[in-house]
Design a protein around this ligand. Structure first.
Ligand SMILES: Cc1cc2nc3c(=O)[nH]c(=O)nc-3n(C[C@H](O)[C@H](O)[C@H](O)COP(=O)(O)OP(=O)(O)OC[C@H]3O[C@@H](n4cnc5c(N)ncnc54)[C@H](O)[C@@H]3O)c2cc1C
Length: 482
């Protein structure tokens, strides 16, 4: 199919206003929040499930890749059109279709912004628990595809724990539901399989989510430490004492400086590290936990523990924490965020390793992360215009991720594998594990046209094969093609 013919056919489906094909406009869609970029052939903005299904059928006919896209805040290249093709953006499918407080659920279109659902349900005493730090811009469709986490996932669980049913346009163009009408799971757990499949199994066009009751009381403590070691030992001490806070986040001194300059939220610019601990629940239990955590923090060397009990004080601290990545722009033109996970007890030595890497690659690394989950986010600060700093950044990132795996952890806690970590995944899984996953992908996506070149190490066409063992096994099975 000729390009002009494709554009006309897409315009017939979504109207002229829903198609972007001018090369200067396409530049906006060549990247997400990670480092990789690639231009799509065209970007479309459907408004209904029927339009999505028609677009997918057309792409099938033309043999073109389809890349689902939400707000483009992903941090692993998932929404980057690695092999070109049609980017299907769901941001115009942005309606909350129904809210059922009695049954604690809501049905939303995929382009609904995460925070909007909480904003809408809060006055009735409910919220949508998964809260990635990007929640004021990212979409629930993107959250589903990445199985996104966030500060409060320590006690409430990640996205997968809050999805009841998905309406999915399959790569064939058929429309299915992954659960029965009331969101009850019968037979295979298709919802569980699709959540976290990074847009390779289909496009979620309608999502039934759980709503959570707001707690009676909330408190946020900020514990200030002289060193990262003290702060990370405190994380193990809190969890080891049998306390699971609603959130347990850490920021190192470099981050605190940048955040304080940007937000004036009260973060101490001279700290070695701070912990942000949110407690929620019944008033009496929150007060008791507050006292116990303050004691633990002091025993572990905290020089000060501040308690924010008013909504305004809490909001200021969270604005600083959730805006931390943006504040890093004060320190360098670019940051490269890592997403490795280690057992909590390995935090002190892993953070020491991160410091060694920073020295080795001669670039600063700022840490802001979900410490309670052992989910690290070292941000390597560099300048994309300097080729040598890009090379050192990528090397440093790889060393950190491999170290996490060597500590018994994984290469991604919440940002997904995407393009960015597809070469590292074979360091984590055996060829048999990967072949089983690739077979599942083949069931949903037999022509490999849906979000191609993601998650699995590339075999041919789009890149270099790094792990010959994995490549040979997947090639033998005829499973993976770019
Ligand atoms: C400042 C900042 C802070 C962040 N903090 C966190 C955090 O705390 N926790 C966390 O987990 N992540 C975080 N992220 C990463 C990112 O926001 C999440 O991965 C988010 O879920 C991506 O949503 P999106 O709408 O931007 O999706 P996109 O980036 O557009 O897409 C992400 C993936 O989802 C697929 N996709 C999108 N929509 C659909 C759909 N309807 N159906 C099927 N597949 C689809 C795409 O193909 C792609 O693979 C952060 C990012 C930034 C920039």
């Amino acid at each position: 199919m000729q390009h002009a013919e494709l554009i006309s056919a897409l315009e017939r489906i979504v109207g002229k206003q829903g198609v972007v094909s001018r090369s200067d406009e396409l530049l906006v869609y060549e990247y997400d929040g990670s480092l990789d970029t690639h231009l799509p052939a065209v970007v479309v903005f459907p408004e209904t499930t029927a339009q999505v299904a028609e677009i997918v059928k057309l792409a099938n006919l033309a043999g073109l890749p389809v890349v689902p896209r939400g707000a483009g805040t992903g941090l692993s290249g998932g929404a980057v059109a690695a092999c070109g093709g049609i980017v299907v953006t769901t941001t115009w499918m942005n309606r909350v279709l129904s809210v059922d407080y009695a049954n604690r659920r809501a049905v939303v279109q995929p382009g609904v912004i995460n925070y909007e659902l909480t904003h809408r349900t809060e006055p009735q005493g409910y919220f949508y628990a998964p809260d990635p730090s990007s929640q004021k811009v990212c979409t629930i469709g993107g959250n589903v595809a990445e199985n996104s986490g966030g500060p409060h996932c320590l006690s409430y669980g990640a996205t997968t724990n809050h999805i009841l049913d998905l309406e999915l346009v399959l790569p064939s163009g058929e429309v299915i539901h992954t659960a029965a009408d009331e969101g009850e799971q019968q037979g295979f757990d298709l919802t569980g399989a699709v959540v976290g499949s990074e847009g390779t199994f289909g496009i979620a066009t309608q999502i039934t989510v759980k709503l959570t009751r707001l707690p009676e009381d909330i408190r946020v403590l900020m514990a200030i430490f002289g060193s990262i070691d003290e702060a990370s030992n405190t994380v193990s001490a809190i969890i080891g004492a049998g306390i699971v806070p609603a959130a347990l986040e850490m920021m190192d001194g470099l981050c605190c400086k940048a955040v304080e300059a940007a937000y004036h939220a009260g973060y101490p610019p001279d700290a070695g590290a701070v912990l942000l601990v949110e407690l929620d629940g019944l008033r009496e239990s929150v007060a008791e936990l507050d006292a116990r955590i303050q004691t633990i923090c002091r025993q572990q060397g905290a020089r000060e523990v501040r308690s924010a009990s008013t909504a305004a004080e809490r909001a200021a601290l969270w604005a600083g924490r959730k805006g931390a990545l943006g504040a890093l722009g004060r320190l360098a033109p670019n940051y490269y965020i890592q997403d490795g996970v280690v057992p909590r007890t390995k935090l002190p030595e892993t953070l020491r390793f991160v410091e060694e890497v920073a020295r080795d690659i001669a670039l600063p690394i700022a840490n802001v992360f979900h410490a309670g989950d052992g989910n690290l986010h070292p941000n390597i600060l560099f300048d994309r215009r300097d080729v040598s700093s890009v090379e050192r950044t990528l090397r440093g990132g790889m060393e950190i991720l491999r170290h996490c795996v060597d500590q018994g952890g994984v290469v991604s806690g919440e940002h997904g594998i995407g393009l960015e970590k597809r070469d590292h995944i074979s360091y984590l899984f055996t060829t048999e594990d990967l072949a089983a996953m690739a077979r599942l992908k083949q069931c949903f996506n037999p022509r490999a046209l849906f979000n191609p070149d993601k998650i699995f190490p590339p075999l041919r066409g789009c890149g270099e094969v790094r792990d010959q063992r994995v490549a040979a096994r997947l090639a033998k099975e005829g499973i993976y093609a770019c």
